[in-house]
Design a protein around this ligand. Structure first.
Ligand SMILES: [Mg+2]
Length: 362
């Protein structure tokens, strides 16, 4: 029997199938089953959120495009779904917010295999459950273009406690969570020229050399640092998540705060097999980069322990502007910029290159 494609079903059947994947939290058309502050989940014309007094709403959005942010012949569909939601949750984590729910907008070609959409939703639903962030609405559209997945995530937090990028002061220490460089190691392998078409995460991991599996797992299923973001409220002076590379996001933090930041390259916490240059430039790490007063060091360590996440002091904040690494100005190159000349990593170009390589006789 030929594999089912989206065009073999009508729109409502596809939507029902997606909603089922997200389980009862998403399927609660009535308030029944919905978790406060969601008063009404998916199934009506709009979801309803009831924030108690003294709480603020945090909203963020991110779009992932086939050929730019992911390639269907290299990534398991599960990982694509997981990562799309993770990107949004990482932004909520950077603000110190707790997830409320998310809306999903997708556009796909009619010939897209149903199992691609199923896999995508399976991965996304797993992270949604782990992070207690139900699907509360969405929209599905057909397109002749690339598979497009847009998510908007909602979070909440006590009023006037959100982290900002502007807040770092000269004398503060500079910190980062987790390990850096894993995404560069994983992408090197994923884009090395051979399409692997892994059907599941487990299959992708099995096919990778054992030494690469930890980096691949971190890259394909990043864990947004929600608990750390919350624990750092009242402790950190400025926070940003590393979505486009350490240097790029350091520069954003430094510019927003009107300060200079100084990184000690030897202090960077490297993932297994990652070089310091990868740690400085590889994007999509979804770790938190933050500053805190030197007197707050013990509080930072307590917050990290409470969140169960390793944190490392990688430098300090000074007067002036810009980013310095071991005393020298960081180069403009490196990190990901969708439009910039300085984009060192260009996914579309990498995939294009890989396709050219595959076309050659071996
Ligand atoms: Mg961000």
């Amino acid at each position: 029997m030929p594999a089912l494609r989206l065009r073999d079903l009508d729109e409502q059947s596809i939507v029902d199938r997606i909603v089922r994947r997200f389980g009862s939290a998403a399927a609660s058309g009535a308030a029944r089953g919905a978790r406060p502050p969601v008063r009404l989940g998916i199934g009506d014309d709009a979801a309803l959120i009831a924030l108690p007094p003294g709480r603020e709403l945090a909203i963020t959005t991110d779009t992932a495009l086939e050929g730019v942010d992911f390639a269907l012949d290299r990534f398991p569909a599960e990982a694509i779904g997981w990562r799309c939601l993770a990107q949004n949750l990482s932004d909520l984590a950077a603000m110190g917010a707790s997830p409320i729910g998310f809306v999903l907008t997708a556009a796909a070609r009619p010939q897209t295999p149903l199992k691609t959409i199923d896999g995508l939703c399976r991965g996304m639903a797993r992270l949604a459950r782990d992070a207690r962030c139900p699907l509360i609405g969405g929209d599905l559209s057909a397109t002749a273009g690339p598979l497009t997945i847009a998510i908007a995530a909602l979070g909440e937090l006590p009023a006037r406690t959100a982290h900002r990028r502007a807040g770092a002061r000269p004398g503060d220490r500079l910190w980062v969570s987790g390990r850096l460089g894993d995404s560069a190691v994983a992408l090197d392998w994923l884009l090395d020229g051979r399409p692997r078409r892994p059907a599941t995460m487990a299959q992708a991991l099995r096919r990778a050399p054992p030494a690469l599996r930890p980096a691949l797992r971190t890259y394909l299923q990043p864990r947004p640092r929600l608990a750390l973001g919350r624990a750092l409220r009242g402790v950190a002076s400025a926070v940003i998540d590393i979505s486009d590379g350490l240097v790029v996001d350091l520069r954003r933090l430094a510019r927003a705060s009107g300060v200079a930041v100084e990184v000690d390259a030897a202090a960077l916490p490297l993932g297994a097999g990652a070089a310091a240059t990868a740690a400085l430039t590889s994007g999509e790490e979804y770790e938190l980069l933050f500053t805190a007063a030197a007197a707050g060091t013990a509080a930072v360590r307590r917050a990290a322990r409470r969140a169960g996440v390793a944190v490392t002091c990688i430098g300090a904040v000074g007067r002036g502007r810009g980013v310095r690494i071991d005393g020298r100005p960081a180069s403009d190159r490196g990190g990901f910029d969708h439009f910039g000349r300085a984009a060192a990593f260009d996914f579309a170009a990498a995939c294009h290159y890989a396709r050219r390589v595959e076309g050659r006789p071996r």
